[in-house]
Design a protein around this ligand. Structure first.
Ligand SMILES: [Zn+2]
Length: 273
């Protein structure tokens, strides 16, 4: 009898805990409060990707930005953090994810902004202060570091690259446990082999001076993935023209066609899914 009571009590406790967990999880993925109008105004004014979305998709993007900022803290290392800074970080995170309805980053809790470029060991006296962004090294557990001026530069009109999107591309690549230029959770069955072969061919083009991509993309496969992701989202027409196979493959990886106004919707309509 006592044992039966114990079992019932244990089951009830489990049920209550499961209820709390589900409630907590739903709160984590979908904030209940409306997105402040000020946020929408800043995104409209400063983030071209957002500006070109349809009104319905803007609402979805803004909600995801809000969800990201609930989960991830943005701090300044001896520098202030404005609302625009936070929105730039969250937009950088959401742009590559927007083709996936429910995906969020499982591997980050904090983004630290620096007032300038920094060195690998964050020593302000170092002569090697040339880093704009960094993520995933051993000292930086579940954190990303970005140079604030570089983050802003990435959201100016007519830019080639975006350090925020670059670092979040690394995070995506890492989400399967390996930083190898192959975002395995993103790649549909059978795409990993062709993708890595294409990466090798495109790296050779950079080395021969036959690529539009920044030379830094030839550093290794992981940097190629991050550099080509930036270019795909910020110079899509040029990539489609000059590197059509690469463009097509990245379209299939991200499920977006950034040559269109609403990239994720355009991809879905084109590919009938
Ligand atoms: Zn990188």
């Amino acid at each position: 009898m006592d044992l039966a009571y114990l079992i019932i009590a244990a089951l009830l406790t489990l049920l209550v805990l499961a209820g709390f967990y589900l409630f907590w999880k739903s709160r984590r993925t979908l904030p209940e409060e409306p997105v402040p109008q000020e946020w929408i105004d800043i995104l409209n004014e400063r983030v071209r990707y957002f500006r070109e979305l349809s009104p319905e998709r803007k609402a979805v993007f803004a909600k995801r930005v809000q969800g990201f900022l609930e989960r991830v803290t943005i701090n300044g290392a001896k520098t202030s953090v404005s609302l625009t800074d936070k929105l730039f970080v969250a937009a950088s995170a959401q742009i590559p994810l927007f083709g996936f309805p429910d995906w969020h980053y499982p591997n980050i809790d904090e983004v630290i902004l620096h007032g300038d470029r920094f060195s690998r060991d964050f020593n302000p006296d170092s002569t090697n202060r040339n880093i704009l962004g960094m993520v995933g090294n051993r000292e930086l557990k579940r954190a990303m570091v970005l140079s604030k001026p570089a983050l802003h530069q990435g959201f100016k009109e007519h830019t080639d690259g975006n350090v925020g999107v670059h670092e979040f591309a690394h995070l995506l690549d890492m989400s399967d446990g390996e930083t190898d230029g192959s975002p395995d959770y993103y790649l549909e069955d059978g795409l990993a082999g062709p993708w890595m072969r294409l990466v090798q061919a495109e790296i050779r083009k950079i080395i021969r001076g036959q690529s539009l991509l920044d030379d830094y993309g030839a550093t290794n496969e992981a940097e190629f993935f991050a550099v080509s992701t930036e270019f795909f989202f910020f110079r899509p027409e040029a990539m489609k023209e000059e590197h059509p196979k690469l463009f097509e493959m990245l379209e299939d990886i991200f499920k977006q066609d950034p040559t269109q106004h609403d990239p994720a919707l355009a991809y879905r309509e084109d590919h009938g899914s």
